[in-house]
Structures are given as structure tokens and as C-alpha cells.
Design a protein around this ligand. Structure first.
Ligand code: THU
Length: 276
């Protein structure tokens, strides 16, 4: 993971900021030691002072998702020079992440600045050494952990001309799309070209809201349970499409029969069991 890629992720995270008061949208992307990326964006409030900055949203999301060791954080905004984390964020980052690398950037690559957190906060309050121990986790309640939200990281995305859900042509089964896999994961595609058909598991990032029972379009508009049909409006917006694999060139797959719009995040690829 290079600096540019982490900053690009922060710039995408920025689009989920809630900043109606300042209009200053800030995105953050935190890289863990295992290579996971957890993002954040600033979330403001009418009571201005209780606004939370992008960096704290990212680190708190990460800690609650179970991450404990971090390498760097990228902060992206429209400001020139790029914003540096505020004092509160420096303190929180220091305690939870230690002396990570802080990458500060905007649209102009030449203004990117990289500093160790220690240089931004030479005299932190209280805990000044990262111990690395996880807090004492009580076994109590462990059996309820299945309720916790699950965080996925897309392995790639789709590429075609269908730019919104209404634009998927009726004859999509005959049409070609591409699936672009993160180049760092290309080895995971080794021998995929031996398959005629593959399953694409994706996240329907534009789908929102669902009903447990609703009319199912593909089933003559009759009422079915959400788990008894393939409606895109589901509690978790996950889709599974079986497509024909036409070609693979490195990390780029050409597939036939994809019913997903352009830039849909792809979560996984799996082979189809023989006989299915
Ligand atoms: N802000 C951040 O999210 N991160 C920073 O590093 C600096 C400031 C946000 C907080 C507030 O929503 C807005 O920027 C104020 O300009």
C-alpha cells in the first residue's frame, strides 16, 4: 500500500462526510499493520463543538472493529496547504495507534506532507508509550459477538457502461463487462481462467432500505420474503451473480452476463461447483 493509494482512499471516504456547517469535507484512511484500511470522514453537529473529525471517526471505527496495530493515516481535504490533524485527534491517535505516519494531502500531489505523529505531538498527555496490549477483554458476552457489524474490504470493482441501476439492459446476459481486481491481489486469480463460469460476490453500494416481505419483480410481482428472493433491497446489500468468464488479462477479467452497474465494489470471486 503506497502513500498515493491511501490518500486516494481518504479522498473517497471524504464523500461520506457530514459537514453542512463548515462545508469543509475531510476524509481519513487508516492503514493497519495487517494491511486493512479503515476510513472516516468528519461528522458535524448543529452544536458545533461536538463535531468529530475524520481522523477520530476512522480510529474509533477501527478500534471498535477489533484492530489494534496501525501503520499510517492519510488525511485528505480541499484545503491548501493540506489540513493537519487537530490537537484532539493527535492525542487520540497517539493513545490508540502510537507513533504512526501521518500523510496529509489534497488534490495537488506536490503539497502532500508526511510526518511521524510524534513530530506533530511531541509532548502527548498521559500515556506516552504505546504498549500494544489489548484491553482486558472479558469473556462475558462473547456468545453475542455474532451480532456485531462486519467490515469488508472490496477486492476490486466492475467496469461497464451501466452508470445507475435503471441502466442495466434487458439483454445484459449477452453483454460484456469487466471486473478489475486490485493489482496487489492478482496472484489470487491464478488459474481462474480454467473456469468457464464464476461467481461474483459484490456490494450493492447504491441500494438502500428493505422490507422483510415485498413484491419480487423477477417473480411475477408476487410477495416473497427478502430471503426467499433475489431483490437488491436487503438487510446487507450483497449480490451474487454467476457470469461466464470470457478472458483474463492479469488483474482484469472480461465477463459475460454481469447485472451490476459500473464501479460496484466486488467483495469476492468464487468458482461454480460442477453441476450447478
Ligand atoms: N476537520 C477534520 O475532520 N479533520 C482535521 O484534521 C481538521 C478539521 C473537520 C472538523 C470540522 O467538521 C471541519 O473540518 C472544520 O473545518
Amino acid at each position: 500500500m503506497n502513500t498515493g493509494a491511501l490518500l486516494t482512499t481518504a479522498s473517497a471516504a471524504r464523500m461520506r462526510a457530514y459537514a453542512p456547517y463548515s462545508g469543509n469535507l475531510v476524509g481519513a484512511a487508516l492503514l493497519t499493520e495487517e494491511g486493512a484500511i479503515i476510513t472516516g470522514a468528519n461528522i458535524e453537529n448543529a452544536s458545533y463543538g461536538i463535531t468529530t473529525c475524520a481522523e477520530r471517526v476512522a480510529i474509533m471505527t477501527a478500534v471498535h472493529a477489533g484492530h489494534q496495530k496501525f501503520k499510517s493515516i492519510a488525511v485528505f481535504s480541499d484545503n491548501s496547504p493540506p489540513v493537519t490533524p487537530c490537537g484532539a485527534c493527535r492525542q487520540v491517535l497517539w493513545e490508540l495507534a502510537g507513533n504512526i505516519e501521518v500523510i496529509m494531502g489534497n488534490c495537488n500531489n506536490e503539497e502532500t506532507k508526511i510526518m511521524p505523529l510524534q513530530d506533530l505531538l511531541p509532548e502527548p498527555y498521559g500515556i506516552n508509550k504505546w504498549i500494544g496490549n489489548s484491553p482486558d477483554q472479558k469473556l462475558l458476552g462473547k456468545e453475542e459477538m455474532w451480532r456485531l457489524p462486519v467490515l469488508f474490504h472490496p477486492i476490486g470493482y466492475t467496469a461497464n457502461n451501466y452508470h445507475e441501476p435503471g441502466m442495466i439492459p434487458e439483454n445484459y446476459k449477452e453483454l460484456l463487462s469487466q471486473v478489475i481486481i486490485n493489482p496487489e491481489m492478482e496472484d489470487g486469480l491464478y488459474r481462474l481462467e480454467e473456469e468457464e463460469r464464476i461467481n461474483i460476490i459484490s456490494y450493492l453500494h447504491l441500494a438502500g432500505g428493505y422490507r422483510l416481505k415485498d413484491r419480487a419483480r423477477g417473480r411475477g410481482n408476487e410477495v416473497y420474503g427478502v430471503f426467499a428472493c433475489r431483490t437488491p433491497l436487503r438487510p446487507n446489500s450483497i449480490a451474487q451473480t454467476t457470469v461466464q468468464l470470457v478472458d483474463r488479462k492479469g488483474n482484469i477479467l472480461t465477463v459475460k452476463g454481469l447485472d451490476l452497474i459500473n464501479r460496484t465494489p466486488v467483495l469476492d470471486i468464487k468458482t461454480v461447483l460442477p453441476g450447478r
